[in-house]
Design a protein around this ligand. Structure first.
Ligand code: HEM
Length: 385
């Protein structure tokens, strides 16, 4: 009895379930207005042959190649501007997710960010780094084979004032900022190749962070002191008769006798106008752009990328020139460093390295001949020529 009633209940339940099942197949999605069903396996193999394939919208592409969102990403990558509620004056590119396609010198035609990365990693760093190493090597070779410029006559002990206290202060303030910038810049650009493997990522990260801040603080000091240096030394670096001859003969260094020059020789003038004036100002201006300090500019990502490439390239060239200057001002010319340190050089030094300037002093045409003050070294005695 019990068994019969259980079978009966099951039959009733099964009947009600079957009664609720739909009797016909579901209506296709196309019947619903605005909705098209898609089968992602339904790829048209010859879709790419369509002449309009490349210009299809994402919707058109989905009909022939379901799931292929290339048109949408191409549109995003083309630098299309979407909506952003941020004010355009403060965030001019906030609605642009990816910058448009660009080709920077030496990069492929690609998104600007990637193009900038290619220029930095494939051109600036390897070629710039190689250039710095080549210059260091060439200077070492020159020092080894030819050696420093020496004064042939014995020093007389009579001293000539070469640089005033003001000139030296401006120069050394500029040097302090330059060295800070050069060391921090080199570590930021090349440190990952020569420091990171030695000191490890924790210390390298901390060091680079500290140097980046030092770079930002030294920048404005360099900008101001550079302007003072340029104004201070411009007059005596003006081109003069004999400069071309000096350059053509390489200053006479290889011939064993120096070509006569004024207060600064043509080599120093090239360093001044090329390295200090042109490259120095380029480095400063591009640095100020990266700090967003120049008024009137629209600061977009491309502004930063271009400023960075100009900054890096001009810095490497400036470093190359200044390495030469530092060598000639220290180990390369005996007695030159003392001139910038104390302000005075021996009479024989002046006569051998800057004959025309020395003659001017002797003929009292140059009012630079001043006695030392108490601040200058007691051992220094001005010459009465
Ligand atoms: C460690 C770094 C440096 C050292 C040791 C150094 C050394 C010297 C020395 C010894 C002189 C005197 C040369 C002479 O008597 O004819 C000199 C001149 C000069 N230095 Fe430097 N210097 C350094 C960096 C710089 C930097 C960074 C700048 C500017 C960016 C600079 C700009 C000048 C200028 C303008 C002169 C005057 C001579 C000229 O106009 O060519 N120096 N330096």
């Amino acid at each position: 009895m019990k068994a019969f009633s259980l079978v009966g209940v099951l039959l009733v339940l099964a009947g009600s379930v079957f009664a609720q099942m739909p009797t016909a197949a579901p209506a296709p999605a196309t019947d619903l207005p605005g909705i098209t069903s898609q089968n992602i396996a339904d790829v048209k193999p010859d879709a790419t042959q369509d002449p309009g394939y490349a210009s299809q919208s994402n919707g058109q592409r989905a009909l022939v190649q379901p799931g292929n969102n290339a048109p949408m990403w191409r549109q995003v990558g083309s630098g299309v501007a979407g909506y952003s509620s941020l004010p355009a004056s403060q965030a001019p590119e906030a609605g642009v997710l990816i910058q448009p396609y660009t080709q920077y010198p030496g990069s492929r035609m690609t998104n600007a960010g990637e193009a900038w990365r290619q220029v930095r990693n494939n051109i600036l760093l390897p070629y710039g780094g190689a250039m710095l190493l080549i210059v260091l090597g060439a200077i070492a070779l020159f020092h080894w084979k030819i050696g420093p410029l020496k004064v042939k006559e014995s020093p007389t002990g009579r001293m000539v004032e070469r640089f005033s206290a003001f000139e030296r202060s401006a120069h050394w303030a500029n040097v302090a900022a330059f060295v800070t910038l050069a060391v921090s810049g080199v570590v930021m650009a090349f440190g990952k190749f020569f420091l990171l493997p030695v000191i490890g990522s924790t210390l390298f990260g901390w060091l680079t962070y500290a140097l980046k801040n030092a770079h930002n603080f030294a920048g404005p000091l360099f900008a101001v002191s550079l302007l003072i240096v340029i104004i201070t030394f411009a007059r005596d670096n003006m081109p003069a008769k004999g400069d071309l001859n000096w350059l053509l003969k390489g200053g006479g260094v290889f011939a064993g006798h120096e070509i006569d020059s004024g207060r600064f020789n043509a080599g120093e003038k090239v360093v001044f106008w090329g390295g200090v004036f042109a490259l120095g100002l380029t480095v400063v201006i591009s640095g100020l752009v990266m700090d967003k300090l120049l008024p009137g500019l629209t600061y977009e990502r491309s502004t930063m990328q271009i400023a960075h490439m100009v900054h890096a390239a001009s810095n490497i060239l400036m470093l190359v020139i200044m390495i030469g200057h530092i060598y000639m001002g220290t180990a390369g010319t005996k007695g030159a460093y003392d001139g910038m340190k104390t302000g005075y050089v021996d009479e024989t030094w002046a006569e051998q390295h800057h004959k025309l300037w020395y003659d001017e002093i002797k003929n009292s045409k140059t009012p630079i001949h001043r006695p030392p003050t108490a601040a200058t070294s007691a051992s220094v005695q001005p010459v009465q020529v």
